[in-house]
Design a protein. Structure first.
Length: 117
């Protein structure tokens, strides 16, 4: 089972690293998954994520308090709004836009109601 957790953590970490360079791919959510998986397979790797000066504080804030920074909330909600706007601009089927809007609204409500770090 430890190998499975290591694989999951490694994939999530790789996606998080890619997300640090691509603006459309989020970094911290993948690092959260990586830290969660590494907690079950490699506490040393988990600690390296937590000790990272750039992303460690955000990961720790989520793990300790379920907190999300105000800037992260604004970026997340803005990105979801832009995604729906692009779907409208592309004239995608209304049923698809309705599903996308519903999911984005639910996620936005969840994110906005988290405590701020």
């Amino acid at each position: 089972m430890r190998i499975l957790w290591t694989i999951i953590g490694s994939i999530a970490l790789a996606l998080g690293i890619i997300g640090a360079f691509l603006p459309v791919l989020p970094t911290v959510p993948f690092l959260l998954v990586a830290a969660w998986a590494f907690a079950r397979s490699s506490p040393e790797l988990r600690q390296r994520i937590l000790d990272n000066p750039t992303y460690g504080p955000q990961v720790r804030a989520w793990q300790e308090k379920g907190a999300v920074s105000r800037v992260a909330k604004i970026w997340a909600v803005s990105a979801m709004t832009l995604g729906v706007a692009i779907a409208l601009w592309l004239a995608l089927p209304l049923w698809l836009i309705a599903i996308q809007s519903g999911i984005c609204t639910a996620v936005a409500v969840f994110i906005v109601t988290r405590p701020e770090s």
